[in-house]
Design a protein around this ligand. Structure first.
Ligand SMILES: NC(=O)c1ccc[n+]([C@@H]2O[C@H](COP(=O)([O-])OP(=O)(O)OC[C@H]3O[C@@H](n4cnc5c(N)ncnc54)[C@H](OP(=O)(O)O)[C@@H]3O)[C@@H](O)[C@H]2O)c1
Length: 351
């Protein structure tokens, strides 16, 4: 077979602090490379055709100087492809645990085809062979059945200590993390207050069963939380001014689950002025990084969540872009909130 195109998306330049990434500048589409699928050496690994990439908020944090402050996730390498969670189809394999025709979920560079050469990397925490016996679309495995859904599931089970009748406040509630938290909280018998950044997103979150849903760009969060009688749990996806409002609305001994602070990813961070509530209200605040909870909850997650998604018991909204050319815009949409649900890039529907 003649070599075919192997397009990529490269990390091209580091965005200035407190600015959004720019498609075509921060990230560039490059279709100059080819690959021969029949002869490319596998070195004991396997060759994957990428079907779908996840686009996640944390990717902005990886667009930093190599010398920048250490973080839980390393910086992207300039001139190299971006990388993230993806589902791919194995087209050739020399590895005993992976066969041609398998669908795998794992971490891949943003390119159409990838050789995964090092058998040491073929571990369950990096690659998972998907059976998809439930009939869930492959794209859901990078969203509600992937890292984002795991974040909601693992974080909720580890830190919520939810009791029926309590009240939880969830931000970015139309996204894959927030939307899943809303549904887990309702299943546990909580009153759910949820916020999102557009009326369309508000309607979707209402359809998930949340009790009080508001557009935080139109209604003041502090006013809503006080009108609703305060909160016992805050699932924080945004930080900043909204975290400050949640601190004011917290009941004594409330739990704060610090999942994300997207208000600070592209702008000057705002530090809440009322942190003394942590002491006077005896608040419990837990930040977490989902991958550290995988060993404890992964098996439970894959047993529970895909069947619930397949049956419609757990719902999600998906926002698809098509082709690697769309990756730059897709990344920005998640940072700015113009995405409508879990952002994915479909690389090919030829699966
Ligand atoms: N701790 C972990 O291990 C972990 C793992 C995965 C994700 N996370 C975090 O979980 C959060 C949600 O992730 P996701 O994948 O479900 O994302 P998402 O909701 O699909 O997308 C991010 C959303 O954030 C909102 N947003 C953007 N800028 C904002 C701002 N300045 N102020 C307030 N809201 C803003 C937008 O929604 P609106 O239109 O509603 O504003 C946007 O759609 C993120 O903070 C992410 O970093 C943490």
């Amino acid at each position: 077979m003649a070599p075919i195109r192997n397009a990529r998306v490269l990390f091209n330049s580091i965005p200035a602090p407190n600015t959004y990434p720019e498609p075509g500048k921060t990230t560039v589409y490059d279709d100059s490379r080819t690959i021969d699928l029949e002869t490319v050496p596998l070195d004991g690994g396997f060759l994957v055709k990428t079907l779908v990439f996840s686009i996640d908020p944390y990717m902005r944090g990886r667009m930093r100087e190599p010398s920048a402050q250490d973080s839980y996730s390393p910086p992207f390498t300039l001139g190299e492809p971006l990388a993230n969670f993806a589902v791919g189809l194995v087209v050739r394999s020399e590895h005993s645990a992976v066969k041609m025709g398998d669908h795998i979920y794992g971490f891949l560079p943003f390119q159409e085809y990838t050789v995964v050469p090092d058998p040491a990397h073929i571990r369950p925490d990096i690659f998972r062979i998907l059976e998809a016996k439930e009939g869930v679309p492959w794209s859901a495995y990078v969203g509600v059945c992937g890292m984002a859904g795991s974040t909601a599931h693992h974080g909720w089970h580890e830190y919520a200590h939810a009791k029926p009748g309590e009240t939880v406040f969830v931000t970015s509630a139309a996204g894959p993390v927030g939307g899943t938290v809303v549904q887990l909280a309702k299943a546990d018998g909580l009153k759910v207050i949820a916020s999102a950044g557009s009326d369309e997103k508000v309607s979707f979150v209402e359809s998930l069963g949340a009790d009080v849903v508001f557009n935080y760009k139109k209604e003041d969060t502090r006013t809503v939380l006080q009108r609703e009688g305060g909160i016992d749990i805050y699932w924080d996806n945004v930080g900043g001014h909204i975290l400050e409002a949640a601190l004011d609305a917290a009941h004594n001994k409330a739990r704060f689950i610090e999942c994300g602070m997207i208000s600070a990813y592209n702008g000057e961070p705002y530090g809440p002025k009322n942190l003394t509530h942590i002491i006077s209200k005896e608040l419990k605040i837990n930040g977490f990084v989902v991958r550290n909870l995988y060993p404890k909850y992964r098996d439970q997650f894959y047993k529970e969540i895909p069947p619930m998604v397949a049956s419609g018991q757990v719902k999600y909204m998906e926002d698809r872009s098509y082709g690697l050319e769309s990756v730059g815009e897709a990344i920005v949409s998640v940072q700015k909130g113009t995405n409508k649900g879990k952002k994915v890039v479909i690389v090919t529907e030829n699966k």
